[in-house]
Ligand binder design. Structure first.
Ligand code: NAG
Ligand code: NAG
Ligand code: NAG
Ligand code: NAG
Length: 481
């Protein structure tokens, strides 16, 4: 027992707490501790711990950990208040593949060229959270809209349900930065070149014995870009630069988490939230923010922050919205192609404007979904959707089944789209208040908490995904897609 316990203690210093430790502990607690042998053991363990503590105080550098980490662990030791310690309470044990660097971290070395549109270097900082919005605040970041895959990875590496033992794992996470890679190849004309890394990835996972235990059904990917970027169609249509990752046979057997699923051909795809700007360390921070948004004064009935899109049928509604908003005294319009365009790229301004509005219009843009939907939830602003595919067919794990509880749907082809203000004014004040309360309650579930968060006992976006994947695995029916 000693060497085992001691090695666990040592392991805890350098690695996230393994789940098996939680299980051992809970079963141990149930045993009556009257056995004298056990008491003797406990005494020895305690002495050992004390000795260890002494060692630590005298030679802190001999243990590769920071003081903060140590305090966290002592505070969370079984003798103290256990609720402060992140535990894997009932969650599935997840094995995180240690992939060859070419599939994730090595991609970041060339961050200037990770996107054909923009320099990603500032955005991949802080494990994908991006740069801090202010030096005095640790929980707000200028997070890029297509970076959820990096944050997911950082969260999983530190997750209490992470296990290093594949035999214990219920789920297997393949931390491929597929979105970053895809966006670096959008202009690659050679299809073989464009697909090469995805092909190598499936070769790699299929070479693992862990894959064949369930033919990959218990494996999942998390992608920060839309499914369309990984589903190149074979038809001779226009080429938007997509690769073929999600069309590969092996990937069909996996669960694919993505910020936008293909509603028609994505039965193994599941919507996860776009990352917004708030990545809190503690539940207290989260609750404070929720209260602030509940109480926020909202002088504007509705807001639209966005740009017109030329020649895109999907986004035709944007022209109507911009025109109506411009004419209404009750609407605050921020046209991202207009004079106030700078505001669109300033997270603090975006949230401020949304927190001063009752409703936030979420028109489809380049694709059906928008990061803005999650900014608006974070700001307690009730989202107004014009297509069911902007949220209702996407984020089933995250949003209430009854859409009217937290959102408004104005059919982009119906009459209502020509009189948005009138439609919104029809909703009774009392109902609006209830909807807002519902929206504010959703914030924790759609937020990516800080990967190093400590006292955060609420579920966040990653926890919700793991719980849902675990349920899916438990329902045998889904294993045979
Ligand atoms: C979390 O903490 C570790 C250890 O202190 C640090 O190396 C890492 O950068 C932190 N993560 C983030 C996202 O700041
Ligand atoms: C595309 O790339 C592959 C692999 O690098 C190469 O073998 C092939 O010749 C290239 N095709 C063309 C048309 O350049
Ligand atoms: C996918 O799962 C099926 C069984 O459902 C299995 O026969 C097949 O080999 C798996 N494909 C891969 C690439 O692992
Ligand atoms: C958050 O997600 C969990 C897990 O799916 C769910 O039980 C809970 O009801 C959700 N919370 C809200 C406010 O929707």
């Amino acid at each position: 027992m000693f060497p085992e316990f001691f090695s666990m203690f040592l392991r805890k210093q350098t690695a996230p707490i393994p789940c098996s430790f939680d299980r051992d502990r809970s079963s141990k607690n149930k045993k009556p501790l009257l056995n004298p042998y056990l008491t003797y053991n406990s005494f020895l363990v305690l002495s050992l711990l004390l000795w260890f503590l002494l060692l630590y105080i005298c030679f802190p550098t001999t243990i590769h950990t920071k003081p903060n980490d140590f305090h966290r662990q002592t505070r969370n030791s079984p003798n103290r208040t256990p609720h402060l310690r992140p535990t894997c309470s009932g969650g599935p044990y997840v094995y995180v593949y240690d992939l060859p660097a070419e599939f994730n971290t090595a991609l970041l070395q060339d961050c200037h060229r990770l996107s054909v549109y923009t320099d990603m270097c500032p955005h991949v900082e802080n494990r994908g959270l991006g740069r801090r919005l202010s030096s005095s605040d640790n929980s707000w970041f200028a997070t890029h809209q297509f970076i959820a895959e990096m944050i997911f990875h950082a969260r999983m590496e530190n997750h209490p349900c992470r296990t290093r033992d594949p035999h214990v794992a219920k789920l297997f996470y393949v931390p491929f930065y597929g979105g970053l890679h895809a966006s670096s190849k959008f202009r690659e004309p050679n299809i073989t070149e464009r697909d090469a890394l995805a092909v190598r990835l499936v070769d790699y996972v299929q070479a693992q014995p862990t894959w064949w235990k369930n033919n990959g059904r218990d494996h999942f990917l998390a992608l920060g870009r839309t499914a369309w970027d990984f589903m190149r169609s074979n038809a001779n249509g226009p080429d938007f630069g997509a690769n073929c990752l999600l069309n590969l046979n092996a990937v069909q057997n996996m669960s694919v988490l993505t910020v936008e699923r293909n509603p028609w051909a994505g039965s193994n795809q599941f919507g996860i939230p776009y990352a917004s700007y708030f990545h809190p360390y503690t539940s207290a921070e989260m609750v404070t923010w929720q209260n602030k948004m509940t109480q926020s004064n909202r002088p504007h009935l509705f807001t639209f922050i966005g740009a017109p899109r030329k020649g895109l049928e999907k986004a035709a509604i944007r022209d109507d919205i911009i025109r109506q908003c411009d004419m209404s005294s009750k609407c605050r319009l921020i046209n991202c192609r207009g004079e106030q365009a700078d505001l669109c790229y300033d997270p603090a301004q975006v949230l401020k404007i949304m927190s001063q509005s009752e409703f936030c219009l979420q028109a489809p843009g380049d694709s059906f979904t928008r990061r803005s939907t999650f900014d608006s939830i974070l700001a307690g602003c009730i989202p107004v959707f014009f297509s069911p595919h902007t949220a209702y067919t996407q984020y089933l794990w995250y949003l209430p089944a009854t859409a009217t509880d937290y959102s408004v749907h104005i059919d982009e082809k119906g009459d209502g789209r020509m009189r948005i203000e009138e439609e919104l004014l029809k909703i009774p004040r009392e109902k609006v208040k209830k909807m807002r309360e519902r929206v504010v309650k959703l914030i924790p579930n759609v937020t990516y908490k800080h990967p190093n968060a400590t006292d955060f006992e609420l579920m966040d976006a990653v926890d919700v995904a793991l719980a849902a994947l675990s349920k899916r695995m438990a329902r045998g029916a889904d294993m045979s897609l």
